[in-house]
Design a binder for this molecule. Structure first.
Ligand code: PHE
Length: 525
């Protein structure tokens, strides 16, 4: 029970007991209070320096139910001897009726102790007086708890007469601010106390530094964002510039035509791509001032670009680029024989939810033609595909994309780059499989052996951008370019052990999971 001021009776009992004698041992002084109650009361007093205490762990021996019965009524052998002695002679068959279910063990022990003997089919007493040492020992244990002889203890434990339990007891002494009562405590310093000077003598309640703080209702980073940050660090550490991808809607021109996805290609069907109906169409391809500004700033900040001339984007001729792209599709140009179909301008103006971030890579590579030089671009952002949703597919996901332009690049260089890149993510040992992209040749799917999953997993797509794509942009013919793409979701699912993508993204996500998941280190499994 608590008193009005929150002091439990136990707290006051401890104080009054300490007033009589010290130290006190809580197990003896308060045998009926629980250990938690005692500890709480002691901490309350100790935090005010009113008492000091030490904690002692010890092992206590206690009686089992059977042990308690023997302690109360006598041992089995004693009960047998007692019965035999009082009757003078008991037929063995009747023993159980007289002394109960323990007759068998009792009889055996009484034989061994030579308290009784067999006489035909009956028992007769041998000893006139006996000492029931088992009972005495258990009585001793019952009163004092420690067991006198460790060897015997084992024996008694085996006979299931006693067991041990761990007990925590405290020895308590008066502390430097000992008092018989907990003094009135002040929790807040206020204006009045400052004005009347009572703060000087007030008894302030001490801080409890052991109290756990209230859980704060704070925000949490989504696992995808954590993994994204790790990837960004890897890219930045290798002089990549982040492409401005903050625009989900793009035109068919940038998303498909610049990358030579044929206008009849199934990827451009409504079953695969989301089209935007309002506004009805995009304007002609032209500069994106927001993207250009972002790229200018990024280049000015970067080690690799700082010293080279910044791009003069006013020199870019978007209508010429449009004509070049059309020429490659329709008639062939820049060394390509083309697809040789009538090119539809309307198709280029359709607005799509971008199906890959390579649409932005195309924009950045075209911009690079104002000032051709080695360049490295990356992006990690959302893309959209009209897929049927299942455990590993959503209609939207995040794509990680990297593009490198330089003189004299080779496919071997791309494989080497990817090998090093994925090693940073804890995946070494890549395998490459020839693949097809309309904008790269050769193209390779990338597989990695995942030790955690114990199998080869597809981790990305890559390739050397086709010359007719780069030449149409106005890039010089000795500037080569390769790129790769992968999803952000896959490595995140692997890292966080999520098997269903809907647990990671979308309306079924458990916010508790988002709040509680750990930070990510990609190089650690
Ligand atoms: N756009 C490709 C994809 O969506 C990735 C890629 C980017 C491939 C650049 C090659 C070069 O999978």
């Amino acid at each position: 029970p608590m008193q009005a001021n929150g002091t439990s009776d136990l707290t006051l009992d401890i104080l009054s007991t300490l007033d009589q004698q010290q130290p006190i041992h809580t197990a003896e002084a308060f045998p009926h209070a629980s250990q938690a109650e005692i500890k709480a009361a002691l901490d309350r007093l100790a935090s005010r320096s009113m008492v000091e205490y030490e904690t002692n762990d010890s092992e206590q021996v206690i009686l089992t139910e059977e042990g308690q019965q023997i302690c109360d009524e006598g041992s089995h052998e004693w009960k047998v001897w007692e019965a035999v002695k009082s009757k003078g002679r008991i037929p063995i068959k009747e023993l159980e009726k007289i002394v109960g279910p323990s007759a068998k063990i009792g009889q055996g022990n009484a034989f061994k102790l030579k308290w009784i003997k067999k006489d035909g089919d009956a028992l007769t007493p041998v000893a006139k007086e006996v000492t029931d040492t088992t009972r005495q020992l258990l009585q001793h244990v019952n009163e004092h708890n420690p067991f006198p002889d460790p060897k015997q203890l084992k024996d008694y434990q085996k006979r299931k007469l006693v067991t041990t339990r761990k007990v925590i007891t405290y020895s308590v002494r008066k502390g430097p601010r000992w008092a018989l009562e907990i003094p009135q405590e002040v929790t807040d310093l206020n204006v009045d106390m400052l004005q009347d000077g009572s703060w000087e003598t007030a008894n302030f309640k001490p801080y409890n530094f052991n109290a756990l703080g209230e859980p704060q209702n704070a925000g949490a980073l989504h696992p995808l964002n954590k993994v994204r940050e790790e990837f960004r660090k890897i890219f930045f550490s290798q002089d990549f510039i982040e492409m401005p991808t903050a625009r989900y809607v793009d035109s068919g021109f940038w998303n498909f035509d610049t990358l030579f996805v044929p206008q009849q290609h199934p990827a451009r069907d409504m079953q695969d791509t989301f089209y935007v109906s309002d506004p009805p169409e995009a304007g002609p391809p032209g500069p994106d001032p927001v993207a250009d500004k972002a790229l200018d700033e990024m280049e000015a900040d970067s080690q690799m670009y700082r010293d080279s001339e910044s791009a003069d984007t006013s020199k870019l001729d978007y209508s010429q680029y449009y004509k070049n792209v059309k020429a490659v599709h329709q008639d062939g140009a820049f060394g390509s024989i083309g697809y040789r179909y009538p090119y539809s301008d309307a198709e280029t103006r359709k607005l799509v939810l971008r199906t890959h971030t390579t649409a932005v890579s195309a924009y950045c590579l075209h911009r690079l033609a104002t000032n051709p030089r080695p360049a490295r671009y990356f992006s990690i952002d959302r893309v959209f595909r009209n897929e049927s949703v299942d455990a590993t597919h959503l209609a939207e996901f995040h794509q990680i994309e990297g593009v490198i332009a330089d003189y004299g690049l080779t496919l071997g260089g791309l494989m080497d780059f990817l090998g090093k890149f994925f090693t940073k993510l804890g995946i070494s040992n890549l395998r490459f499989k020839p693949a097809y992209n309309p904008y790269t040749e050769p193209s390779m799917e990338v597989f990695g052996y995942h030790h955690g999953l114990g199998k080869w997993v597809e981790i990305g797509n890559s390739g050397m951008f086709r010359p007719e794509m780069l030449l149409a942009m106005g890039l010089p013919d000795d500037l080569r370019c390769y790129g790769f793409g992968l999803s952000l979701e896959r490595p995140t699912m692997i890292k966080y052990g999520v098997s269903n993508i809907r647990e990671l993204l979308g309306h079924k996500v458990n916010l508790g999971f988002i709040e509680s998941n750990a930070a990510v280190r990609l190089d650690k499994d």
